[in-house]
Design a protein around this ligand. Structure first.
Ligand SMILES: N#[N+]C[C@@H]1[C@@H](O)[C@H](O)[C@@H](O)[C@@H]2O[C@H]12
Length: 445
């Protein structure tokens, strides 16, 4: 019997994303995405890896759903590849793309697994990027048109929708530091992109409401708990700026219908302020979400750094780290959940991603990953404490079901509960997968 039991209807899940697992990038009418272009650009991805094959999930989804069933997953979070549905980003549809996701959803439901679908997990159709991408306001409208097509095709069976995955990473990694597709290094552009992503989210929510399908829709933000590295007042001020740029800039529009004033002024001073047109904020405010998805991986420790662009710099924490170099800090998840509950009106919450990469050597056909078990157990306990504090946390999706294409790191980082032997595509349960199967079965740790 577990010492810490979760609510009876708690949704234990696992998460993936299309480009990271599907492969089949030039099959059945799929159009090119910015990640196809970026991963095939020399020097962008560690080891020269691409998502061309990935976990071959496009062909192996039946096997993978069977793995989910064996694990006992209550929910499965996946993403829909925009270029599979609308190859050019706008205009003509690709029926075979819709066929794939309908088949996936039907198989999930037949196996008692609730589908949670993310509409955008970074795969912008390249032809839209050629027209300015997220720097072009029109892309927000094209996104809503694509979303409406998907709602109409799947909405009778998919009742849980996530508009965007981690808009801050789309904006920052893709447009400010160039580490992700499309690879720009222009902070003012990144701020404009963040605004257009918020518009896209709002338009998709409005499109969903118009269809009256009766499900729920939200978004997924990657959030953290920000702490000052020292007791000096300037470190506290630095932490507030970092929290504003990392968290509140994305939380406030979707949950309060307005940008945080301090950050709006900061961006106005430092950058070309985002191009907010008349009616934009009203549109965003008029698209309230039913739940907030949050991806949590680690905390952010900052100190004052007057010479840095925004007056702060990150400081490495003292705790042990994952293979990504991220400090393992489960208390940060507790603090984040309690903060969201306190500051944003007691919202319905889902942990849409939490997990860790470790080296995961395959030895004699087995992957012993005690670090991942410890990581997940500590974060589950932090989540349980938050629920005991009154937080409306309704589910938890481990990142990830399978080892997969880890963006700029290629296949060098393994986040999966299930090991993927890429040359053979064999799926091998790690010890953590068996452990998680037990957590789900007993609904607690
Ligand atoms: N890095 N890392 C792991 C994981 C990434 O693989 C997901 O696609 C993102 O949503 C989020 O960044 C988290």
């Amino acid at each position: 019997m577990p010492k810490h039991v979760f609510p009876v209807d708690f949704v234990w899940g696992a998460a993936t994303a299309a480009y990271q697992i599907e492969g089949a990038v030039r099959e059945d009418g799929r159009g090119e995405s910015i990640w196809d272009r970026f991963s095939h650009t020399p020097g962008k991805i560690q080891g020269g890896d691409t998502g061309d094959v990935a976990c071959d999930h496009y062909h192996r989804y039946r096997e993978d759903v069977a793995l989910m069933r064996e694990m006992g997953l209550k929910g499965y979070r996946f993403s829909i590849a925009w270029p599979r549905i609308v190859p050019a980003g706008k205009g003509a549809l690709n029926p075979k793309g819709l066929d794939f996701y309908n088949a996936l959803v039907d198989r999930l439901l037949a196996n008692g697994i609730t589908p949670y679908a993310t509409l955008y997990h970074w795969e912008l159709p390249q032809l839209l990027q050629d027209r300015g991408g997220w720097d072009n306001r029109d892309t927000a409208a094209y996104f809503a048109e694509y979303a409406a097509v998907v709602f109409e095709s799947l909405g009778d069976r998919v009742r849980h929708w996530i508009t965007l995955n981690e808009p801050s990473v789309v904006a920052y990694n893709g447009h400010a530091i160039g580490e992700h597709a499309p690879g720009f290094t222009d902070y003012a552009l990144a701020v404009r992109v963040s605004h257009h992503l918020n518009l896209a989210h709002a338009r998709a929510v409005a499109a969903y409401r118009q269809l009256n399908q009766g499900g729920v829709i939200g978004t997924t933000l990657n959030l953290t708990s920000v702490y000052p590295a020292g007791n000096a007042p300037e470190d506290g001020a630095a932490a507030r700026i970092a929290d504003g740029m990392y968290n509140r800039w994305f939380l406030d529009p979707v949950l309060k219908g307005a940008y945080p004033r301090d950050i709006l002024e900061l961006f106005g001073q430092k950058l070309q302020a985002p191009v907010i047109q008349a009616g934009d904020l009203e549109r965003i405010a008029a698209a309230p979400i039913d739940f907030l998805g949050l991806n949590y991986y680690s905390r952010l420790l900052v100190r004052s750094a007057p010479s840095s662009p925004f007056g702060y710099e990150a400081v490495r924490g003292a705790g042990p780290c994952t293979a990504m170099g991220w400090e393992i800090y489960p208390d940060g998840l507790y603090d984040l959940l309690v903060r969201l509950d306190r500051d944003y009106g007691h919202p319905r919450l889902l942990v849409t991603e939490n997990g860790a990469a470790f080296d995961d050597p395959l030895q004699a056909g087995r992957v012993a990953d005690p670090e991942r078990i410890a990581y997940l157990r500590e974060h589950f306990l932090a989540a349980r404490r938050a629920i005991e504090s009154g937080v409306r946390l309704e589910g938890y999706f481990v990142w990830s079901l399978l080892d997969n294409f880890e963006w700029a790191h290629g296949y060098s980082r393994r986040f999966g509960l299930i090991y993927v032997d890429y040359p053979t595509q064999e799926r091998i349960w790690k010890d953590s997968a068996r452990w998680y199967q037990g957590v789900i079965r007993q609904n607690g740790v």
